[in-house]
Design a protein around this ligand. Structure first.
Ligand code: ZN
Length: 143
């Protein structure tokens, strides 16, 4: 099982989804994790309270980049409310709490909770997502 999860993380790291696809998005935020050298810029475009477009740029360790790819994939097309809820579920999972729903590829990150120094890497894109959605909603949601 651990091996399978490893595969999923490496796959997202090598072939990130939604990378470099959103340089012109209305809302752009930046987050970094100097401890590890992770760096993420996230672009989001909201439409009627839904994430119409999302993409990231950045560099860093496999965990942070794979988490960004999985995050973008899992929240694209979702409502802002649902995306924030997923972010909260991920935060709790990274603190050792088993999620009460099947999160698909995101489950691959569950093992990261065992490595506190890596938790920040995994949560970096989610922090960026929450920041972008908060900014987007403050902008009226459809900017
Ligand atoms: Zn990292």
């Amino acid at each position: 099982m651990e091996e399978l999860y490893q595969e999923i993380i490496l796959d997202h790291y090598r072939c990130p989804r939604h990378k470099n696809c959103c340089p012109d998005c209305g809302v752009r935020v930046h987050q970094d994790n100097p401890l590890c050298g992770d760096d993420i810029t996230l672009g989001v475009e909201l439409e009627h309270g839904t994430i119409a477009r999302i993409g990231f740029e950045g560099q860093g360790c496999a965990i942070s980049q794979a988490s960004a790819s999985m995050m973008a994939e899992s929240v694209k097309g979702q409502s802002v409310e649902r995306a924030l809820e997923l972010g909260e579920t991920m935060r709790r999972m990274m603190h050792g709490e088993a999620p009460d729903e099947d999160l698909g590829d995101l489950m691959a990150l569950q093992g990261v909770a065992k490595f506190p120094v890596r938790v920040k890497c995994a949560l970096l894109p989610w922090t960026a997502m929450r920041q972008a959605l908060t900014a987007g909603m403050a902008d009226g949601g459809d900017a």
